[in-house]
Design a protein around this ligand. Sequence first.
Ligand code: PMP
Ligand code: GLU
Length: 396
Amino acid sequence: MNHILSDRINNLATSQTLAMAALARELKAQGKDIISLSLGEPDFNTPDFIKEAVKKAVDENYSTYSPVEGYLELREAICRKFKRDNGLDYKPTQIVVSTGAKQSLYNIAQVMLNDGDEVILPAPYWVSYFEIVKLSGGVPVEVPTSVETDFKMTPEQLEAAITPKTKMMWFSSPCNPSGSVYSREELTALAKVLEKHPNIYVVSDEIYEHINFSGTFCSIGSIPGMLDKTITINGVAKAFAMTGYRIGYIGAPEFIAKACTKIQGQVTSGANSVAQRATITAVDADPSVLNHMVQAFHTRRDLVVGLLKEIPGVKINVPEGAFYVFPDVSSFFGKTLKGHEIKDANDVSMYLLAEANVATVTGDAFGNPNCIRFSYATSDDILKEALRRIKEALTA
Ligand code: PMP
Ligand code: GLU
């Protein structure tokens, strides 16, 4: 019946992170002992002080529609956060609160892109960038990077990818899926290239900002000359273990923020009222309240990287942030493992699901066909068991 559906939806790929998570869930329900490392979501509970704010908001009857762009008190708190953590000067009129950072990204694509506008995506990129850009008429332009260069785009690569049709560049730092964190120097070098192309806007997705072991964090918007052409995306899902609350936000030039509010007003209205009130408490908190979670992710990063390094044929970078590893498994291509012919990263991922009962996501989904991604946002014991199974399957 697909011919009844729009070309738009027929041309849209299913989110492979969500599809793999659903498949793992289904296999588990059938009684299989699956370890799912497919979905990136913290395994911690939302901190108690935020839960208290939720309860208070319910009791105070925050139950009606909120302003489309978000409560003023929340937008003021987000401005304080941007100033405190990122050195970014935004006014509340430059902030739009949405139903997750995913909607923030979608709003941006919808309000910025005309058919044929090119969007540079350093690859690997987060899975939904490519499809959101396409869905909005844009043309994703992938800039490939590799494990050898810590999956970072160089200024030369950026320069070479720019054409008269380039409208935007989208990236995440810390990066989902590679965990790479761009330093201030690296971002300054990219900004220098963009200086020559004043009409190119940047989407800086900073949702993993606090899950960062590098000791430094830089928002590209804080580099002189960049604020007026940067859309800074953030949210509470990852750092505050609030994935289900569905709150993301942007800081952007006012005309872009206004446009996002306009589209949101026709599509979803303001984000969930109670979740917005809880987010005021979250973004006003000192980031040190997250230390226990960040420390746990750091320890697990070391554990997983150490165990992966023991598997012959697996190449990895040392991710400096987020909670993913993105090993290059291309040395297995062309081999037959336990009767499974391995042609590409998708085959590796499906092989690990079938033979090791471990769910991962193919790097294809992130624009890198040599790698697979898995999330280490789960307990040390589960990670050890998963890596034991992966090692056994890949050394078969
Ligand atoms: N950007 C990146 C890089 C992500 O990993 C995610 C994870 N879902 C999002 C955006 C979307 O976040 P949210 O859950 O707030 O929609
Ligand atoms: N960001 C997470 C991931 O990459 C959640 C899944 C999603 O929203 O696609 O796994």
